[in-house]
Design a binder for this molecule. Structure first.
Ligand code: NAD
Length: 482
């Protein structure tokens, strides 16, 4: 039986709104192209109301003891665990990824919230010895920054809102979150879990609308003290500029173009199996997805043949079918983008080892695609394809592979396979990226900071660092009264 999709609503000033002044738009099932539901869109009235509510909610929430914030965020994690299957089914319906991936994503959200809840109790400051006589105490403390505007994309509709909501709320901030208009229901269910766990209703607002209008209005609103975006580099620069003009805090988790260096001593079957799973997970719509495979020339022919054969054999279909290994792309415009990357690479002399086409029929399916020897001038070598496309290139010397890995303005995820400890150490030191995975792709973990270098971002999420970005530092010195 097909799972049901909820009626969509926005959460503004403590109320779920099924209608709003910005009109409505359809949300589609990417596996079929069918309309799942209509999404109400916020206009300026609801956006202002959400920002004002966040200001009131902040005043209540920041007064709560760290222990209370811990308990409420922990309770949210438990509710997500209880509701995992229901949320995962909605996630797959609106985003397309296989249900097994959605189940893992929601499970990881609960783990992230557990960690962030604990960190609420550890927002330590420090006591500094006075350097002159007559000073009683000098302390450095952290306080929550205030109401936050959060923007998330459609590729991880549970994980990305959970990261932002969990760290902002654990730190004592209130939030207005705008999930992607393509995947609003998953975020709605997560917001409901926070409300059920006891977050004051005005401290957590959820809006959708015209993204440019929403971000412009919220960032300009005097109640909003910080913006946090997970999204593309282009939107990151735009929101970063809007924050900079008002000297508001900004965190940007932006795009990536991850290299994978396969060294001559790599365990080939192990590297192939893990690379294939990482590349085509979520149909390649992952910011830290491996894209550029630099394979040592001694392994290259074998790698090219086995990697493309395995990619060709992947089973595409609805994410609700347990046999599906790769679902559709999340929306129709991604198909045009994939075709553009492939045709440009072929025009510039690249070789197509497999895939390269949209799949005829309903839904937004694109074949797992492997390109060989795309020149550095090809679009796919410069821009994030954000889809099921891998690019293979041989290399001879490690220096050359490292230089090519570091050549782009991106620096989010980067990976390598080697059995040599010295090589592993060197790669860890010399690759310019926020996360480097040697012999595995698991760089996104609740306990570890996740963020990009260069144009891939500013700031981190998760790990203890994630919460710190939702705080301001204050120095307090107390002297002896005269
Ligand atoms: P996007 O930048 O188009 O949108 C991201 C969010 O910003 C959405 O909610 C969007 O509606 C909103 N937005 C706000 N103001 C906007 C404006 N003026 N114009 C357009 N959108 C505006 O990104 P996307 O295509 O939805 O998502 C894919 C991108 O997200 C990729 O570049 C991917 O690498 C990146 N991403 C990064 C991370 C990370 O942690 N670094 C994680 C997942 C995705």
């Amino acid at each position: 039986m097909t799972p049901s999709y909820p009626q969509l609503a926005l959460h503004v000033a403590g109320q779920w709104l099924h209608r709003a002044s910005g009109g409505e738009r359809p949300v589609l099932n990417p596996a079929t192209g069918a309309v799942l539901a209509m999404l109400p869109l916020a206009g300026p009235a609801e956006l202002n109301a959400a920002a004002e509510a966040a200001e009131r909610g902040f005043k209540l929430w920041r007064e709560r003891l760290a222990q209370d914030r811990y308990a409420i965020v922990r309770r949210t994690a438990e509710l997500l665990r209880e509701r995992t299957r229901a949320i995962a089914e909605v996630l797959t319906l609106e985003q397309g990824k296989p249900l097994s991936e959605s189940l893992r994503e929601v499970g990881l959200c609960a783990d992230i919230l557990d960690f962030q809840a604990e960190e609420a109790k550890r927002l330590y400051g420090r006591i500094v010895p006075p350097r002159v006589a007559g000073i009683l105490s000098q302390s450095v403390i952290r306080q929550p920054i205030g109401p936050v505007a959060a923007f998330t994309p459609w590729n991880f509709p549970a994980n990305l809102p959970s990261r932002k909501l969990g760290s902002a709320l654990a730190a004592g901030c209130s939030v207005v979150i705008k999930p992607a208009e393509e995947t609003p229901a998953t975020c709605m269910l997560i917001v409901q879990a926070f409300l059920d766990a006891g977050v004051p209703p005005e401290a957590i607002n959820m809006v959708c609308g015209d993204p440019a209008q929403v971000s412009e209005l919220l960032i300009a609103h005097p109640a909003i003290k910080k913006a946090s975006l997970t999204g593309s580099v282009a939107v990151g620069k735009l929101l970063g500029r809007q924050c900079a003009e008002r000297v508001k805090r900004f965190t940007g988790e932006l795009g990536g173009h991850a290299p994978v260096i396969v060294c001559p001593d790599a365990d080939l079957p192990f590297a192939l199996k893990n690379s294939l799973a990482a590349k085509f997970r979520n149909a390649g719509q992952v910011c830290a997805s491996p894209i550029r495979f630099y394979v040592h020339r001694s392994l290259y022919a074998d790698w090219a043949e086995r990697f493309s054969a395995a990619a060709r054999a992947l089973r595409l279909g609805s994410g609700l079918d347990p046999a599906t290994q790769m679902g559709p792309l999340s929306h129709a415009r991604r198909l045009d983008d994939m075709e553009r990357f492939v045709s440009d690479a072929l025009d510039q002399g690249s070789e197509l080892l497999c895939g390269g086409h949209r799949v005829p029929g309903p839904g937004f399916f694109f074949e797992p695609t492997v390109l060989a020897n795309a020149p550095d001038t090809a679009l796919v070598q410069q821009q994030e394809p954000f889809g099921p496309i891998a690019v293979l290139q041989p290399y001879d010397e490690l220096d050359e592979a490292i230089a090519r890995a570091n050549a782009l303005p991106y620096g989010l995820g980067a990976y390598a396979f080697t059995r040599d400890l010295h090589t592993a150490h060197r790669l860890g030191q010399e690759i310019e990226a926020g996360m480097v995975g040697i012999n595995h792709f698991g760089v996104s973990q609740p306990e570890m900071p996740f963020g990009g270098w260069k144009e891939s971002g500013i700031g981190q999420e998760m790990g203890p660092e994630g919460l710190l970005h939702y705080t301001e530092i204050k120095t307090i010195t107390v002297g002896v009264p005269a």
